[in-house]
Design a protein around this ligand. Structure first.
Ligand code: CA
Length: 224
């Protein structure tokens, strides 16, 4: 993982860089808010350790600017002892966790591990069924690594089938899901969507279970 440390106290900065590096991460650091903000804006990090009391640009402003610019990496803020308001304001500004100085490096590493773990849990927003991948955060599908061009109905249909892979879904169920707020629900059009989706997927991906509905087949079990 790639971690950014923004801390102006030279000794603490050095300790953080060493400890996080020793934990197996790649570490970059900045000693003031302007450089820290720049690095976090133009480069990708899996997490940031951000001191709030920084020269040139304070940590809170750095954090607010990142969030306003859509930068979503987890940020752990370091706050001064006794300044409990800083924690509240920092969390409101988009921090994911905080640590009050002075702290044990072990605790910082544990917090960092927790943040990175949450990051990997987010990654499970990717669903797989054989060669088919669905990235539910970006609403896109891939087959063997190649992007699939799907209409929004086809995407929703595939997402539902993948979410409940192995289960048989009736036409009624599928149409309810697809047209939740649509007055013109028609289970016959589901057949059309299924047929179109089938053509875009590897052969045998969608099984028809006669009289019941459709099911997403597991990889390598072609059926018609
Ligand atoms: Ca400081």
């Amino acid at each position: 993982m790639r971690i950014l440390v923004v801390e102006d106290e030279p000794v603490l900065c050095e300790q953080l860089v060493q400890a996080i590096g020793a934990a197996g991460h790649t570490v970059e650091f900045a000693r003031d808010g302007v450089q820290g903000h720049y690095l976090g804006e133009v480069e990708d990090f899996d997490a940031v350790v951000l001191d709030l009391g920084l020269p040139k640009l304070d940590g809170l402003t750095v954090l607010r600017r990142w969030r306003a610019a859509g930068r979503r990496m987890p940020v752990l803020i370091l706050t001064a002892r006794g300044a409990w308001q800083e924690k509240v304001v920092g969390m409101d500004a988009g921090a994911d966790d905080y640590l009050t100085k002075p702290f044990h490096l072990e605790e910082l590493l544990a917090r960092l591990r927790a943040l990175l773990r949450r990051l990997t849990e987010h990654a499970s927003a990717q669903w797989q069924c054989g060669p088919i991948w669905l990235d539910t955060r970006q609403a896109r599908a891939l087959v063997d690594g190649r992007p699939l061009l799907l209409t929004s109905h086809e995407y929703k249909l595939l997402a539902l089938l993948m979410q409940r892979k192995g289960e048989v879904l009736s036409r009624t169920e599928l149409s309810e899901h697809l047209y939740a707020y649509d007055s013109e629900r028609d289970s016959n059009t589901i057949e059309v969507f299924v047929a179109r989706l089938r053509k875009k997927l590897p052969p045998g991906s969608i099984e028809t279970v006669r009289g019941l509905g459709y099911r997403l087949a597991d990889a390598g079990s072609p059926s018609s």
